[in-house]
Design a protein around this ligand. Structure first.
Ligand code: DX5
Ligand code: ZN
Length: 227
């Protein structure tokens, strides 16, 4: 399987989260956004790890022809090992599991064996120390800046300390690892996240609930860069 190019870990990348989009017109929305964004962020929720239910491999497969970008599947599920293979076959390029999930370390190995890019996410109240032992096993560390479950929540600024700490650890020990931040990223919070060391910005509401999603994505990149 050949994976889509994730870009350089030092470059700023924007990853629209389709959770905030109109599910009835996702294909067209993704196709349009490809020109001004980098990854596509797909939030998978199982109604158990988090209260919400969202999307599964069938939707990933349906969307795959509508975008040339890397599909970044964020698995907010209790037992990620049960689902990785289905997402790989559906066209995911990257699967991120939560360190708080069941058998997270084994799930990282499973994802690697499936030929996926491998990500590890941590909730706002989980310390950076929980992921440090895994820096050598992953391609992405995903810092949650809201408690996972829903789009449209307010950014938790306290997580920026953790982003800074992880930036230092990654620079020192695993410079090819991408540092991604997810939750409440908008034109006002993007700059602080990048200044702290994040290089992949997930944004749902700030893009899809804007009057002009393309403009919003461009503006987000501009504001993040000028931080
Ligand atoms: C939250 C999800 C996020 C969220 C982002 O559980 O992981 O990806 O949808 O949406 P906004 O940008 O609206 O916080
Ligand atoms: Zn997400």
């Amino acid at each position: 399987m050949s994976l889509r190019d994730p870009g350089s870990p030092t470059a700023l990348r924007i990853a629209p989260s389709i959770l905030a989009a109109d599910f009835a017109s996702l294909g067209a929305a993704l196709h349009q956004l490809d020109a001004v964004t980098d990854w596509v962020h797909l939030d998978v929720m199982d109604g158990h790890f988090v209260p919400n239910l969202t999307l599964g491999p069938a939707l990933v497969a349906s969307l795959r022809p509508h975008s040339d970008h890397l599909f970044d599947c964020h698995l907010m599920v209790t037992d990620p090992r049960r689902h990785l293979e289905a997402f790989a076959h559906a066209g995911a390029d990257s699967c991120t599991v939560h360190v708080e999930a069941h058998e997270a370390a084994a799930a990282l190995a499973d994802a690697r064996a499936l030929g996926l890019r491998v990500g590890l996410a941590l909730n706002p109240d989980t310390p950076a120390a929980a992921v440090l032992d895994h820096l050598g096993d992953v391609d992405v560390i995903l810092v949650m800046s809201v408690f996972p479950g829903f789009a449209g929540q307010a950014f938790i600024p306290e997580v920026l300390t953790k982003v800074r700490d992880l930036r230092e650890e990654i620079d020192a020990h695993a410079p090819r690892v991408d540092l991604e931040i997810d939750g409440g990223i908008d034109q006002d919070t993007a700059g602080g996240a990048v200044a702290a060391g994040a290089r992949v910005l997930v944004a749902g509401s700030a893009i899809f609930r804007a009057a002009d999603p393309l403009d919003a994505a461009r503006e987000l990149r501009h504001r993040a860069r000028s931080a």
